[in-house]
Design a protein around this ligand. Structure first.
Ligand SMILES: *[C@@H]1O[C@H](CO)[C@@H](O)[C@H](O)[C@H]1NC(C)=O
Length: 265
C-alpha cells in the first residue's frame, strides 16, 4: 500500500480482500484433515488394549490430522450432538473431512430407542420412535453432513465401516454391510468434492490374505475393536484405498502405492 490515504472505494476494495465476508473462500496455505467417526477410529479405541485407526493415519500423511472421532457415536448421534455443525464451522476450503460410521448405526428403534440407531433405508425415509422422535436414514444424515463441508469448499471422503473380525469363525470371509452401499449413495448425492473409499473391503481383503491366526490377534477384547498393531494396519488399508483411487488426499500421502501392503481393488 503506497499511501495511507486511499480513496474510499479503494479502501473498501482492500478491506473486502483482506476480510472476506464469505467464509467459503477462506483457504488455508496447508489443508487440515479432520476425522469424524466412532470408536474404531477414535483415540483410545474401544477401551483398554485397543486403539482407533485415526491415531495411525498421521504417520502416512504430510498434513495435520485432527481426530474428532468419538466412541459410541453413529451418523445420527454425531449429527444430533451438533458435531458435524461444529466441524463445518471449523473447516476451510481445501481441507479434508473423512467420515466413517456404521458400527453404532444398526439396531432397532423400537421398543427402546438408544439414540444411535438410524431409520433403515437408502433414501429420504423417516421413522418415528415410540417417544415420537423422527429419525432419518444413514444416507440422509451423512449427505447433510457432507454438504455442510463441501459448501465450505472442503473435500469429504466417505469411508465404508471396518468389518468386525472377518476370521472369527476360523475361516476368513467378508460380506459388506448395507452401510457400504449407503456410503456410495452419499457420495453420489453430494457431488464432485465427495469421494468414496471402500475401507471395509480393503481391510477385509488384507485380513483374508493374512489369515485367522494373525487377524484374531488384532482383536484382544471383542470382534470390533483392534489392538494398536491392528489399528495401524487398519489405517494402512485406508491409505492404500486413497492411493489406489488417486483420491485428492493421495497427493499428501508420503508412501508409494506399491510400498503399502495389499492390492488395489
Ligand atoms: C508410510 O511411511 C511412514 C514413514 O514415512 C510410515 O510410518 C507409515 O507407516 C507408512 N504407511 C503405510 C500405510 O505403510
Amino acid at each position: 500500500m503506497k499511501s495511507f490515504y486511499l480513496p474510499l472505494s479503494a479502501a473498501l476494495a482492500t478491506l473486502s480482500i483482506a476480510f472476506p465476508t464469505d467464509e467459503a473462500i477462506a483457504k488455508r496455505a496447508t489443508p487440515i484433515v479432520y476425522l469424524a467417526g466412532d470408536s474404531t477410529m477414535a483415540k483410545g479405541g474401544g477401551g483398554t488394549g485397543t486403539e482407533g485407526w485415526g491415531v495411525y493415519l498421521p504417520y502416512s500423511l504430510s498434513l495435520t490430522v485432527v481426530n474428532d472421532a468419538i466412541a459410541g457415536r453413529s451418523a445420527r448421534s454425531y449429527t444430533d450432538e451438533g458435531r458435524f455443525t461444529t466441524l463445518a464451522n471449523t473447516v476451510a476450503s481445501g481441507d479434508f473431512v473423512i467420515i466413517e460410521f456404521g458400527h453404532n448405526d444398526g439396531g432397532s428403534l423400537t421398543p427402546t430407542d438408544n439414540g444411535r440407531s438410524d431409520c433403515v433405508g437408502s433414501g429420504s425415509e423417516t421413522c418415528t420412535t415410540d417417544a415420537g422422535v423422527v429419525v432419518q436414514t444413514y444416507p440422509t444424515y451423512l449427505t447433510n453432513a457432507a454438504k455442510l463441508m463441501t459448501a465450505k469448499g472442503a473435500h469429504v471422503i466417505i469411508s465404508s465401516p471396518t468389518p468386525d473380525n472377518v476370521c472369527e469363525t476360523g475361516t476368513c470371509s467378508y460380506t459388506p454391510s448395507r452401510f457400504t452401499g449407503y456410503c456410495e449413495t452419499v457420495v453420489s448425492n453430494v457431488g464432485s468434492l465427495a469421494s468414496f473409499v471402500d475401507h471395509g473391503q480393503y481391510l477385509a481383503n488384507r485380513y483374508i490374505a493374512l489369515g485367522a491366526t494373525t487377524v484374531d490377534a488384532f482383536y484382544p477384547n471383542d470382534h470390533t475393536h483392534t489392538s494398536p498393531v491392528g489399528a495401524a494396519l487398519v489405517a494402512g488399508q485406508f491409505v492404500k484405498g486413497l492411493l489406489c483411487a488417486n483420491n485428492p488426499l493421495a497427493a499428501y500421502v508420503k508412501n508409494t502405492t506399491a510400498s503399502v501392503a495389499g492390492s488395489c481393488i
